[in-house]
Design a protein around this ligand. Structure first.
Ligand SMILES: O=C1O[C@H](COP(=O)(O)O)[C@@H](O)[C@H](O)[C@H]1O
Length: 223
């Protein structure tokens, strides 16, 4: 694992956006298309605000979420809503979004279709992950129903996840699909997440699902 500490969040967001754009450009040099897999949540918005204004051949880039909460785009909890508002605009409006949500279906019904639709866009060229203070990444959440299936060696690409006490269900990209990414970055901010990162490195993967992804990752952190 490489750990990069930034003097402040603004620099982190700008430098990371530039670095991700450079990696996407490199991926496009050797291939017809590239896949950019990104998190939802509260942290990455400013990275999206910057990268969407970087000129490259976005028409050859597929964008897919790490995970989605099973809510329509009208919900503020929708990760797709975040992408449409912050990433898929300006130059990046030309990218292709690979959806992780199906109106009128349950996550269990939709997951096989979503896996099939994602297959032509794999492997992931550039993966950006977030992390919760509970050491979850994507929707690989400790204690969740469906976690073991999503972390299994031969797991399908997309699987349903249900978390006790959470209103909505989720879908997540499985651990093998995330581990296959050509390049992996993790964005975290604040003292609590830095402490969680340290804990994750000493904790078993079922309790710290981000752990197997850390060995090949660059972690970007600012207070
Ligand atoms: O629920 C989620 O949480 C993680 C971390 O989000 P943050 O708000 O703490 O930055 C995120 O990476 C994931 O995509 C999201 O669905």
């Amino acid at each position: 694992m490489e750990f990069v500490k930034y003097p402040d969040r603004e620099l982190l967001m700008m430098d990371l956006a530039t670095r991700l754009a450079g990696e996407l450009r490199n991926a496009l040099r050797g291939n017809d298309r590239a896949t950019f897999c990104v998190p939802g949540g509260n942290t990455p918005g400013p990275v999206y605000d910057t990268i969407c204004g970087i000129d490259m051949d976005w028409s050859r880039i597929s964008v897919v979420l790490n995970d989605e909460r099973w809510v329509p785009e009208s919900s503020p909890r929708s990760n797709t809503r975040l992408l449409k508002a912050r990433l898929l605009r300006d130059y990046a409006a030309r990218a292709t979004l690979v959806p992780l949500y199906r109106e009128g279906m349950t996550p269990e019904e939709a997951a096989p279709e979503l896996s099939e639709d994602l297959a032509p866009h794999l492997p992931i060229s550039v993966l950006l992950l977030g992390m919760g203070e509970d050491m979850h990444t994507a929707s690989l959440i400790p204690g969740a129903e469906g976690l073991a299936e999503a972390m299994a060696d031969r797991a399908p690409a997309v699987l349903p996840i249900r978390v006790a006490g959470e209103e909505e269900a989720r879908v997540t990209l499985s651990l093998p699909v995330l581990c296959d990414a050509m390049s992996t970055h993790v964005i975290i901010t604040g003292a609590d997440k830095r402490e969680a990162l340290e804990r994750a490195q000493k904790t078993a993967p079922d309790a710290a699902p981000i752990r197997p992804l850390l060995s090949n990752a660059t972690v970007h952190w600012a207070e």
